[in-house]
Design a binder for this molecule. Sequence first.
Ligand code: GAR
Length: 218
Amino acid sequence: MSRRVKLGVLISGSGSNLQSIIDRSEDGTLAADIVCVISNNAGAFGLERAHRHNIPALHIDHRLFAGRSAYDTALVETLQQHGVELVILAGFMRIITPVLIEAFPMAIMNIHPAILPSFPGLHAQLQALDHGARISGCTVHFVDVGTDTGPIIVQAAVPVLDGDTEESLSARIQVEEHRIYPRAIQLYAEGRLSVEGRRVVITPSAPASAVSLENPAA
Ligand code: GAR
């Protein structure tokens, strides 16, 4: 049985992944509620998406802080004030520090537009094109102190086609991003994710017959 998990979503830009999570939360297929959206960038369209759905949307400008740790301290305070349980990085184009990671141990997820561990860091789609990769895709992972190195939760692959540009490949990858990010969050909400070393173990969902055997009255 899943309960509704409180999400804090960090963005820097368009927020199409944010939108996919809002949509799944509202249509009842995702047992989670977004309790705040934070952007480091005032012009991020994702803030407007949050407003339209009556979700608290905050601009916290990284340029007003002395350094990355000071900025992350402000993020942690805001996330905790809103009762956030799981932090969702959705196109948040900032390197985060141990200040944030230690405040939410194995409770920060990121989406990356490549099949990790290939092509971490910036411009992952361009990296795949430059390497002549025939397959690319996206990865949802828990965040650790490295860049795109944390335990992998869900991945999806897409073909790289002859003639692809960074834009056309990104668009194909985003279709899959919008499918697998809500899926990874739902697995978390159902309590089915555990981390063993580098690996995420996904507990199978209980078959309906097992439930009725344990509790014939159910
Ligand atoms: C997504 O494609 C995501 O994978 C990427 O930014 C995009 C944000 O799009 N993230 C990274 O590159 C992180 N290194 P969105 O704002 O429309 O969700």
